[in-house]
Design a protein around this ligand. Structure first.
Ligand SMILES: C[S@@+](CC[C@H](N)C(=O)[O-])C[C@H]1O[C@@H](n2cnc3c(N)ncnc32)[C@H](O)[C@@H]1O
Length: 373
């Protein structure tokens, strides 16, 4: 087991501040393991047959249940409390944030700042995941985002366990010197596992947010891995056509408006070499109307306006029309072996409907196919 990467902000916190974050995490755990199963039981006991057969019907019924206001309030208010506390803590511990400042001494604009002109307005106008001001406005936003993500995963991804499993289980073997591009790389949780697994590879991370890229570079230096982190838009990448062995992304596609999503899939196909692989770790419809309704509702509560459409759009068809073969969704079990072609795992507690969107470009040398994701 790799030790959790440092988060300078967390290291600086007082015992009381850590207890405040611990409170949010414990309430979230109770929400996931007790309130969600209670909601499910109430739904199953009361849902009329027609409503159980469609996501729209299930969503309408869900919202009438006695447990629902409690379930919805806890999710949104704990998320908002988490960010409020983290931002206050970042302001109280400026040295922890300054640690990632490279070059040092820049002015931090703050969450209400005027967005840079080169960032799309759909990106800067949304407080994504309810995080005040989103991810683009400063180093505080990046450091706070990193720590907030640990709480979201209830500590289960603090050492990038999810991302390591995805990297290890969803790709066929790569040639020496392969070029791997991670779109929407954030602070590098999805990128570092590639650089560590494939030491001869050229690993490139691309993200719209400059502060998260500064944090990503800082983390890569700390871990001694060579990664090129470049500011840019996943739908318009400054790399030559057919130059990449892998185009990947984790938790990116559900954050894109439909036209940007389609352009991103086309761009990914353009970048791919013959024999190359596209793999996006995302969320997909499970076929269980209750679960699918809950994730739509989660998206609304958590300011992720484009998530529901990812589950409705024909992204497989988009990859096929972009000239790729074998386009498919495969359920992914983050607490098991990863790809799970037989279907989504059953769990009583709340969890994301993880799935991998995959495709290949025909041609290229035959490689041993380790996994079917
Ligand atoms: C939910 S985070 C995922 C980060 C990382 N891949 C992970 O798994 O931890 C989504 C990231 O995508 C970035 N992003 C959103 N739209 C983008 C776009 N069009 N081009 C590049 N990056 C984008 C955001 O800034 C954010 O860092």
């Amino acid at each position: 087991m790799t030790s959790p990467p440092t988060n300078e902000l967390y290291e600086s916190l007082t015992e009381l501040e850590r207890a405040r974050l611990g409170f949010v995490e414990e309430v979230r755990r109770a929400w996931a393991t007790q309130v969600y199963p209670a909601l499910r039981r109430e739904f199953d006991a009361t849902v009329p047959a027609p409503a159980a057969g469609s996501v729209t019907g299930a969503l309408a019924h869900l919202r009438t249940l006695a447990t629902y206001p409690w379930f919805a309030w806890l999710e949104r208010e704990m998320q908002k409390l988490k960010w409020r506390q983290l931002l206050e803590m970042a302001q109280r511990h400026p040295d922890a944030v300054a640690a990632i400042d490279d070059p040092p001494g820049r002015e931090e604009p703050g969450p209400g700042a005027e967005p840079p002109a080169d960032l799309p307005s759909w990106y800067t106008s949304i407080d994504i995941h309810c995080q005040p001001g989103g991810l683009w406005w400063g180093d505080q936003a990046a450091v706070v985002y990193e720590l907030g993500a640990r709480i979201l995963h209830l500590g289960a991804n603090s050492s990038h366990e999810l991302h390591r499993l995805f990297t290890a289980r969803c790709f066929t073997d790569l040639p020496d010197g392969a070029r791997i591009v991670d779109l929407g790389c954030g602070f590098g949780k999805s990128t570092v596992p590639f650089a560590e697994r494939y030491p001869t590879a050229e690993v490139i991370g691309i993200d719209l947010s400059r502060p998260v890229l500064r944090l990503a570079r800082h983390r890569a230096r700390q871990r001694g891995v060579g990664i090129a982190y470049l500011p840019g838009d996943a739908s318009d990448v400054a790399l030559p056509s057919h130059s990449c062995d892998v185009v990947t992304g984790t938790m990116l596609l559900h954050e894109l408006p439909a036209p940007v999503l389609e352009r991103t899939l086309h761009e990914s196909a353009r970048l791919l070499k013959p024999g190359g692989q596209i793999r996006f770790l995302e969320f997909a419809r499970t076929g269980d109307a209750f679960r699918d309704a809950v994730i739509v509702d989660h998206a609304i509560r958590n300011n992720e306006p484009f998530l529901p459409q990812l589950m409705e759009l024909d992204v497989v068809g988009m990859l096929e029309r972009a000239g790729l073969t074998g386009a498919r969704w495969t359920p992914f079990d983050e607490r098991g072996d990863g790809p799970r072609p037989e279907g989504f795992p059953h769990r009583d507690e709340w969890h994301f409907p993880w799935a991998v969107l995959a495709a290949e470009r025909a041609g290229g040398p035959d490689r041993h196919d380790k996994e079917a994701a």
